[in-house]
Write a new protein. Structure first.
Length: 226
């Protein structure tokens, strides 16, 4: 005799929190996320369905498997995970739990999710982030991204926070969560407002400064040979 778990039928989908690494497709046309633990090898979109990481033929979440998306109930619990060394470059996600789910003491394991908002931490230098830049790692077809200020972007592949939100689609909101300077464009809705344009300009200016410095070095080498 099998014991059946109690079923819930909430009036609205539950909300949860998790951490993940932002990723950008190789062609720069799509934005998504990848998990920090079991599902880290499978990037997912803003609105996506979970699949069994062990390639077993069952729907996620399965009671006798670890498959499915995972999140916690409390924002503070998710933020605490960002304190560990290996998760410092991750971002905080607010998600809507969709489809079938299994409730645990601290959170949910579930079939589908919509990422509603992403909070990006400061650049590695401590300055507020205006972009997500190539972090030096990736998955097949995807580049891992990390928070970056305008001064640290240099020649790396990067997108502004507003552009990442637009590429992610589905109404995703992306904001800068902290740093030594005032956040630019934090918490603004979709569309290119003044703050987003300022962030884009700062990003382009940082790239221009880097290219000008490289040209200056090439000029010095050329004049030295003459």
């Amino acid at each position: 005799m099998r014991v059946r778990l109690p079923e819930e039928r909430p009036a609205e989908p539950p909300t949860g929190f998790k951490i993940a690494h932002p990723v950008l497709s190789q062609d720069g046309g799509r934005a998504g996320f990848t998990g920090v633990s079991l599902g880290g090898a499978l990037p997912y979109g803003v609105l996506d369905e979970a699949h069994c990481v062990y390639c077993l033929r069952h729907r996620a979440p399965h009671r006798r498997c670890d498959c499915g998306f995972h999140c916690v109930h409390d924002r503070t619990t998710a933020e605490a995970m960002l304190c560990t060394a290996e998760h410092r470059a991750a971002v905080l996600l607010e998600v809507t739990v969709l489809g079938a789910y299994i409730r645990f003491e601290l959170g949910f394991r579930y079939a589908r999710q919509r990422v509603r908002a992403a909070t990006v931490g400061p650049c590695a230098c401590g300055t507020v982030a205006v972009a997500l830049a190539d972090a030096g790692w990736g998955r097949p077809g995807w580049r891992g991204l990390a928070a970056s200020c305008a001064g640290c972007v240099r020649g790396r592949t990067a997108v502004s926070l507003a552009t990442f939100a637009r590429l992610g689609g589905e109404g995703l909101r992306v904001r800068a969560g902290g740093g030594v300077a005032e956040a630019v464009g934090a918490g603004l809705p979709e569309g290119m407002g003044v703050s987003e344009l300022v962030a884009e300009a700062a990003l382009l200016q940082a790239r221009l400064d880097w290219f000008q410095s490289q040209l200056a070095r090439l000029g010095e080498r050329g004049s030295g040979k003459g």
